[in-house]
Write a protein that binds this ligand. Structure first.
Ligand code: GRF
Length: 193
């Protein structure tokens, strides 16, 4: 491993976790380099935010499927990552299921953040699932990615209380605040090993 691990961040959305990671790097709290920011959606805000930091970006070719890349898309993604000398693939709101050849090219080198205390509330809109279930506590999880959805080895978790007055929006916003602390801290722990 190089002294400053080379990361690619993949996201489909607004990229607030990407910003938290890049700010932690710039503040000297996370020893890493984001060498590439990739989205499956050309209009995703994460790309605009990456460009504002002066980071290289890429967009994946359109997929015939909504929830995964096609086989050609996965191959194109692996090529992009290899060409950029990427060591770690960081999923930050990336809304496609990860498959081979990506999984086999980066074994135990793909990390995701999920907005619940896994194994509770896997899948989409986990904060809404928590509210519907009436739990008193939820949070976020950083975990390794394997072939099963939101099921890889857990690296770190942060708990937050669910408040009686919480709406899906307020709960998600507080989970995201916790994510922005947890994600850089969890990656620091992984890269120190
Ligand atoms: C986060 O809540 C993360 O847990 C989930 O997707 C969301 C991404 O948010 N996987 P952002 O794009 O980083 O703001």
């Amino acid at each position: 491993m190089s002294t400053s691990p080379r990361l690619a961040v993949l996201g489909s959305g607004k990229g607030s976790n990407f910003v938290a990671l890049q700010e932690a790097i710039l503040a000297g709290k996370l020893n890493a380099t984001i060498a590439l920011v990739i989205s499956d959606l050309p209009d995703a805000t994460i790309l605009t935010r990456a460009k504002a930091f002066g980071l290289p970006t890429a967009t994946l070719p359109p997929s015939p499927f909504k929830t995964k890349l096609g086989p050609e898309g996965e191959i194109a993604l692996v090529q992009l990552l290899q060409d950029a000398g990427i060591e770690w693939v960081i999923l930050a709101g990336y809304m496609r299921v990860v498959k081979d050849p990506l999984l086999s090219t980066f074994p135990n080198r793909i990390i995701n953040i999920h907005p619940s205390l896994l194994p509770a509330f896997k899948g989409l809109r986990a904060w809404e699932q928590a509210l519907t279930a009436g739990v008193k506590e939820t949070g976020c999880t950083v975990h390794f990615v394997n072939k099963d959805i939101d099921a890889g080895e857990i690296i770190a978790q942060q708990r937050i209380p669910v408040l009686t007055e919480d709406t899906p929006e307020t709960l998600h916003a507080r989970i995201q605040e916790a994510e922005h602390e947890l994600f850089p801290a969890a990656l620091t722990k992984v890269f120190q090993k």
